[in-house]
Design a protein around this ligand. Structure first.
Ligand code: F0G
Length: 456
């Protein structure tokens, strides 16, 4: 088989500013050892996120010019609505400025004290939007998904028995919604199988609980189903997407991922009453229902992006380029979540730095070193992001200590990725010298964005 090439040519480029190791050491110190605080111009390869960092196509840029900026009933809204309907099949399509805006609207209406929500794994903003209302968010990931070194085709699946037990315990009347996050971002970008979606839906249906998809990476999930699940090899990805959404009663979406745009999102649903409430709140917080928090041009770019994302040459390149990075560092002994996920490689910091305990944030230590060594910006997904404190102020560590190398869509070429692998391997070779960190400032919620650290 020949090399799988980037299925595009590059028409517009953005220069990378080079820095020295000495400069980066100082920059990182000034940033309180938190890469979120670094100027993007001081980063060589930015793997902080795959969100809003996609390169748009020439057709998307053409859409930007076509955007209809009418306040109400813009042509661009109808194009957006029809593109989202084609994939979700849902009746009510509500544009929002990004995923968390959809979450805020949905959970403000459905949440509140005494309510419980379950997911395979809630993403941090989703969890925060639920907890902000006083409700509880519970993760019910399948067992294999909790073991980075174990290979399985669908490590994003929900544990069906745990879901049944959870409904029994919390009481179905207290569970307004179950959410499946596809792919499971916080658990390694691992996919959820169609069979699991079907089974979750069945349990939800028996208990009259709606099922929503957190659909950010729906096309990547669908491609994994095509490649890994019996009966889907010959199905077009679009049809697989449509089947995934057919089991759901609605979706929240950050178009900044699998709609290939820099801003945007939606909330889709079928419940007339709930849609009415959501739209009313949308008008207060986002904007009129035919633009949400977006400009007409953004709606055009999303509509076009949704056509491009289900292109199988694109998805083959996308999934392969992530796997390529995973295979390269794995071959050098670097522990990662196996198999490689869709949008990112997750280094297993517990095995990478066994001498740094969770209380000293091993993931953060690797994040800092990757930046100093090669100017690569990544993010810790471990006890910095998800750690909590007990009554005595002692850290309750996260389930896993991970470092995410998220790959922006259509942005970096194979040589960029080769460079990333070289830097990771360099740092791995001298891992014994890496030290832990402690937190010197933290916000009460979503602390990872603004926390400051000091080295031990
Ligand atoms: N759900 C998932 C699974 C996500 O990955 C994200 C964002 C959101 C919801 C929220 O969407 O950012 O548009 O408000 N993930 C980004 C990331 C930030 O880096 O993984 P948003």
């Amino acid at each position: 088989m020949k090399t799988i090439i980037e299925p595009f040519k590059i028409k517009s480029v953005e220069p990378i500013r080079f820095t020295t190791k000495e400069e980066r050491t100082k920059i990182l110190e000034d940033a309180g050892y938190n890469p979120f605080m670094i100027h993007a111009d001081d980063v060589l390869i930015d793997l902080l996120t795959d969100s809003g960092t996609s390169a748009m196509s020439s057709d998307q840029w053409a859409g930007i010019m076509r955007g209809d900026e009418s306040y109400a009933g813009a042509k661009s809204f109808y194009r957006f609505e029809s593109a989202v309907k084609k994939i979700t099949g849902d009746e009510f399509i509500i544009p929002t400025h990004q995923g968390r805006a959809s979450e805020k609207i949905l959970f403000s209406i459905l949440g509140g004290p005494g309510k419980y929500f379950a997911s395979n794994t809630f993403f941090d903003t989703t969890r925060a939007n639920i907890e902000f209302t006083g409700a509880e968010a519970v993760d019910l990931l399948c067992e294999v998904g909790k073991h980075p070194e174990q290979r399985a085709p669908f490590k994003g699946n929900m544990d069906i028995d745990a879901l049944k037990a959870f409904i029994q315990k919390a009481g179905k009347e207290n569970i307004p919604l179950v959410v499946l996050t596809v792919t499971n971002n916080s658990g390694g970008g691992q996919p959820v199988s169609m069979q699991n979606i079907r089974e979750v839906k069945e349990v939800c249906k028996q208990n009259s609980i709606p099922l929503f998809l957190d659909a950010c990476r729906f096309a990547e999930n669908a491609y994994f189903i095509k490649k890994r699940e019996n009966g889907y090899a010959d199905k077009p990805v679009l049809e697989i997407c449509q089947e995934m959404f057919s089991y759901a009663d609605g979706s929240t979406m950050s178009a900044k991922k699998d709609a290939l745009v820099n801003i945007g999102g939606w909330l889709s649903l079928n419940d007339t009453d709930l849609a009415l409430k959501c739209r009313n709140l949308l008008i207060v917080t986002e904007g009129f229902p035919t633009y949400g928090g977006l400009a007409g041009r953004d709606l055009e770019a999303i509509a076009q992006g949704l056509e491009e994302i289900v292109d199988e040459h694109y998805l083959q390149y996308r999934i392969r380029s992530t796997e390529y990075l995973g295979e390269k560092i794995l071959a050098a002994g670097v522990p990662i979540i196996e198999p490689p996920g869709g949008h990112a490689i997750y280094i297993d910091a517990k095995r990478f730095l066994p001498h740094v305990p969770a209380e000293q944030y091993p993931g953060q230590s690797i994040v800092c070193e990757l930046y100093v060594e090669g100017g690569i910006r990544t993010v810790e997904i471990g006890s910095v992001m998800f750690g909590k404190y007990d009554k005595n102020g002692k850290l309750i560590p996260a389930m896993m200590e991970l470092v995410r190398l998220a790959i922006p869509r259509r942005v970096y070429t194979q040589s960029h990725i080769d460079y990333v692998a070289e830097v990771v391997i360099d740092v791995f070779k001298r891992r014994e010298k890496l030290k832990g960190y402690h937190i010197t400032y933290e916000a009460p919620m979503l602390r990872h964005f603004t926390a400051r650290f000091k080295k031990f």
